[in-house]
Design a protein around this ligand. Sequence first.
Ligand code: ADP
Ligand code: MG
Length: 141
Amino acid sequence: MAIERTFSIVKPDAVANNAIGGVLNLIEKGGLKIIASKMIHMSKKEAEGFYAVHKARPFFGDLTDFMSEGPCVVSVLEGENAIARYREVLGATNPEEADAGTVRKDFGTNIERNAAHGSDAPDTAAFEIGYFFNALEIKER
Ligand code: ADP
Ligand code: MG
Protein backbone atom coordinates (compact mmCIF):
# COMPACT_ATOMS: atom_id res chain seq x y z
CA MET A 1 0.00 0.00 0.00
CA ALA A 2 1.09 3.54 -0.67
CA ILE A 3 2.62 5.73 2.04
CA GLU A 4 0.83 9.07 1.79
CA ARG A 5 0.75 12.40 3.55
CA THR A 6 -2.35 14.29 4.56
CA PHE A 7 -3.08 17.57 6.30
CA SER A 8 -4.97 18.02 9.59
CA ILE A 9 -6.41 20.96 11.51
CA VAL A 10 -7.58 20.76 15.11
CA LYS A 11 -10.16 23.52 14.64
CA PRO A 12 -10.74 26.48 17.01
CA ASP A 13 -13.70 24.80 18.76
CA ALA A 14 -11.63 21.76 19.76
CA VAL A 15 -8.67 23.92 20.86
CA ALA A 16 -11.05 26.04 23.02
CA ASN A 17 -12.59 22.85 24.47
CA ASN A 18 -9.17 21.48 25.60
CA ALA A 19 -9.45 18.67 23.05
CA ILE A 20 -6.08 19.08 21.27
CA GLY A 21 -4.70 16.04 23.06
CA GLY A 22 -7.89 14.05 22.51
CA VAL A 23 -7.83 14.63 18.75
CA LEU A 24 -4.09 13.96 18.39
CA ASN A 25 -4.51 10.79 20.48
CA LEU A 26 -7.16 9.44 18.08
CA ILE A 27 -4.85 10.30 15.15
CA GLU A 28 -1.95 8.36 16.68
CA LYS A 29 -4.16 5.48 17.85
CA GLY A 30 -5.52 5.37 14.29
CA GLY A 31 -2.10 4.43 12.97
CA LEU A 32 -1.10 7.83 11.57
CA LYS A 33 2.28 9.42 12.34
CA ILE A 34 2.40 13.17 13.12
CA ILE A 35 5.49 14.32 11.16
CA ALA A 36 5.01 18.12 11.57
CA SER A 37 2.75 20.18 13.86
CA LYS A 38 2.29 23.72 15.17
CA MET A 39 -0.28 26.16 16.58
CA ILE A 40 -1.41 29.01 14.33
CA HIS A 41 -4.18 31.64 14.39
CA MET A 42 -5.60 32.43 10.93
CA SER A 43 -6.90 35.83 9.93
CA LYS A 44 -10.25 35.91 8.13
CA LYS A 45 -8.36 36.37 4.83
CA GLU A 46 -6.07 33.41 5.54
CA ALA A 47 -9.11 31.24 6.33
CA GLU A 48 -10.74 32.39 3.06
CA GLY A 49 -7.59 31.37 1.17
CA PHE A 50 -7.49 27.97 2.84
CA TYR A 51 -11.17 27.25 2.10
CA ALA A 52 -11.23 28.93 -1.35
CA VAL A 53 -12.75 25.75 -2.89
CA HIS A 54 -15.88 26.47 -0.81
CA LYS A 55 -16.24 30.19 -1.63
CA ALA A 56 -19.53 29.68 -3.51
CA ARG A 57 -21.10 27.67 -0.64
CA PRO A 58 -23.73 29.44 1.51
CA PHE A 59 -21.82 28.66 4.71
CA PHE A 60 -18.49 30.19 3.50
CA GLY A 61 -18.78 33.40 5.55
CA ASP A 62 -19.69 31.62 8.80
CA LEU A 63 -17.06 28.94 8.20
CA THR A 64 -14.25 31.45 7.71
CA ASP A 65 -15.39 33.47 10.77
CA PHE A 66 -15.24 30.25 12.79
CA MET A 67 -11.86 29.17 11.46
CA SER A 68 -10.35 32.57 12.32
CA GLU A 69 -11.98 32.99 15.77
CA GLY A 70 -9.07 31.42 17.67
CA PRO A 71 -5.95 29.29 17.38
CA CYS A 72 -5.77 25.94 15.55
CA VAL A 73 -3.26 23.11 15.55
CA VAL A 74 -2.12 22.27 12.01
CA SER A 75 -0.29 19.01 11.36
CA VAL A 76 1.04 16.80 8.59
CA LEU A 77 0.18 13.12 8.99
CA GLU A 78 1.90 10.22 7.25
CA GLY A 79 0.96 6.56 6.84
CA GLU A 80 -0.50 3.92 4.55
CA ASN A 81 -3.41 5.44 2.65
CA ALA A 82 -3.22 8.37 5.06
CA ILE A 83 -5.80 10.53 3.25
CA ALA A 84 -8.63 7.98 3.40
CA ARG A 85 -7.46 6.63 6.76
CA TYR A 86 -7.65 10.08 8.39
CA ARG A 87 -11.12 10.67 6.92
CA GLU A 88 -12.18 7.44 8.69
CA VAL A 89 -10.60 8.62 11.95
CA LEU A 90 -12.49 11.94 11.60
CA GLY A 91 -15.92 10.46 10.87
CA ALA A 92 -18.75 12.14 8.94
CA THR A 93 -18.76 15.93 8.46
CA ASN A 94 -21.87 16.17 10.67
CA PRO A 95 -20.99 14.88 14.18
CA GLU A 96 -24.56 13.57 14.54
CA GLU A 97 -23.87 11.19 11.65
CA ALA A 98 -20.34 10.23 12.71
CA ASP A 99 -19.56 6.71 13.97
CA ALA A 100 -18.74 6.08 17.64
CA GLY A 101 -15.09 6.59 18.48
CA THR A 102 -14.42 9.08 15.69
CA VAL A 103 -12.97 12.56 16.24
CA ARG A 104 -16.12 14.35 15.17
CA LYS A 105 -18.43 12.14 17.25
CA ASP A 106 -16.28 12.57 20.35
CA PHE A 107 -15.34 16.24 20.01
CA GLY A 108 -17.61 17.93 17.41
CA THR A 109 -20.59 20.15 18.28
CA ASN A 110 -22.44 20.56 14.97
CA ILE A 111 -21.92 20.39 11.20
CA GLU A 112 -19.84 23.59 11.25
CA ARG A 113 -18.04 23.27 14.60
CA ASN A 114 -16.87 19.73 13.94
CA ALA A 115 -13.50 19.71 15.72
CA ALA A 116 -11.10 18.83 12.92
CA HIS A 117 -10.26 18.99 9.21
CA GLY A 118 -8.65 16.39 6.95
CA SER A 119 -7.69 16.65 3.27
CA ASP A 120 -9.94 14.81 0.81
CA ALA A 121 -7.50 13.98 -2.05
CA PRO A 122 -3.79 14.04 -2.98
CA ASP A 123 -3.98 17.42 -4.76
CA THR A 124 -5.80 19.13 -1.89
CA ALA A 125 -3.40 17.55 0.64
CA ALA A 126 -0.40 18.96 -1.27
CA PHE A 127 -2.00 22.44 -1.47
CA GLU A 128 -2.98 22.45 2.21
CA ILE A 129 0.44 21.26 3.48
CA GLY A 130 2.13 23.94 1.36
CA TYR A 131 -0.27 26.61 2.66
CA PHE A 132 0.99 26.18 6.24
CA PHE A 133 4.40 24.46 6.25
CA ASN A 134 7.72 25.62 4.80
CA ALA A 135 10.85 23.66 3.87
CA LEU A 136 12.35 24.01 7.37
CA GLU A 137 9.28 22.38 8.89
CA ILE A 138 8.58 19.54 6.44
CA LYS A 139 10.92 17.86 3.97
CA GLU A 140 9.83 16.82 0.47
CA ARG A 141 9.56 13.05 0.14
P1 ADP B 1 -15.28 18.00 5.34
O1 ADP B 1 -14.59 18.90 6.35
O2 ADP B 1 -15.86 16.77 5.96
O3 ADP B 1 -14.39 17.69 4.15
P2 ADP B 1 -16.68 19.90 3.60
O4 ADP B 1 -15.40 19.97 2.81
O5 ADP B 1 -17.93 19.60 2.87
O6 ADP B 1 -16.55 18.81 4.78
O7 ADP B 1 -16.91 21.27 4.37
C1 ADP B 1 -15.82 21.97 4.95
C2 ADP B 1 -16.24 22.44 6.33
O8 ADP B 1 -17.30 23.38 6.20
C3 ADP B 1 -16.80 21.35 7.24
O9 ADP B 1 -15.81 20.59 7.91
C4 ADP B 1 -17.63 22.17 8.22
O10 ADP B 1 -16.82 22.84 9.20
C5 ADP B 1 -18.22 23.24 7.29
N1 ADP B 1 -19.53 22.85 6.74
C6 ADP B 1 -19.78 21.85 5.84
N2 ADP B 1 -21.09 21.77 5.55
C7 ADP B 1 -21.69 22.76 6.27
C8 ADP B 1 -23.04 23.20 6.41
N3 ADP B 1 -24.05 22.62 5.73
N4 ADP B 1 -23.28 24.23 7.26
C9 ADP B 1 -22.28 24.83 7.94
N5 ADP B 1 -20.98 24.47 7.86
C10 ADP B 1 -20.68 23.43 7.04
MG1 MG C 1 -13.59 18.95 2.73
